[in-house]
Ligand binder design. Sequence first.
Ligand SMILES: *Cc1c(COP(=O)(O)O)cnc(C)c1O
Length: 358
Amino acid sequence: MERVYNFSPGPSMLALPVLEQAQKDLVCYGDTGMSVMEMSHRSKMYTDIYDQTVADLRELMAIPDSYEVLFLQGGATQQFSAVPLNLMVNGKADYVDSGNFAHLAAEEAKRYGTVNVAASSREDNYTYVPDLTKAAFSPDADYVHITTNNTLYGTRYVDLPDTPAPLVADASSNILSEVYDINRFGVLYAGAQKNIGPSGLCVLIVRKDLLGKAKDICPKLLNWEVQAKAGSMYNTPNTYGIYLAGLTFKWVKDMGGVAAMEKINIEKAALLYDYLDESKLFKPTAVKEYRSRMNVTFVTGDADKDAAFVKAAAKAGLVNLKGHRTVGGMRASIYNAMPVEGVQKLVDFMKQFEADNA
Ligand SMILES: *Cc1c(COP(=O)(O)O)cnc(C)c1O
């Protein structure tokens, strides 16, 4: 069977060269005589893979030596707990409620301290990223938490906020899709299954001076300092997931790096939004200024038509376009691995569907 264009929000498409390399390596990696899955995480053959993966991510994101790079388990959601457990020294943090994952992160942090919701677009169904005024921040907050791209509702931070306390960002759905100055962040973390690799893995980049502040009750496995000292190997890490992440990093490098990816992503998003803006059938749902380049949300305004469209698109090899169950409508997730050609095919299909349903 031919591969489809998979617009899934996550786990999502992986770049074909990544899958093909993994297939080549599956039974025997290089001259090791074994699969990466069968290697001891302490063996030199594996630590070589690990070290190269870290080095490639450092190069791609220009991560300075003053930051640790960790590969952790439990996805991004586990970090919703780990962030307050590692950073809430004064027992207080500011959270921006700009989407459902942002909301979940804030709710979890409340278990460990006081959460000040510095700004929220919840009342407006998260159709934009709320503005942050200086007055919104608590003077004694340990950190400010944001979600750089809102996966469900399809919005993104156009500019990062200037915050008095260290900025902690969940970048699960847009890491490596646009250039960030890592120095703006105290912590940046991302579940892997959108722009990096398989699920269950979380990349965490943390400024070294923020280590060593964990609460006594912080589980050892969630303690960033413990994991940093152990090179992400306090226990057995997700060895195969890290290897696949490494293949993706090599692929992004081959594509020309993050700046080159960003250019392609702008082009892909414009293809879709330009059509949506002129369509008489489909309407984009996010406020224009805050539109995500990764998750494009739209509706027809008629639930039956939405369902008919999703079904017809799947038949044409354009799959997983149904919006999140809490949002409805459609969502096209067009992460790094989605080629321009896939987005063009989708736009062509939408135009035809619109003509047939006029
Ligand atoms: C997908 C996603 C998550 C959840 O990731 P898990 O790996 O399932 O824990 C968290 N935050 C954002 C922004 C996401 O897109």
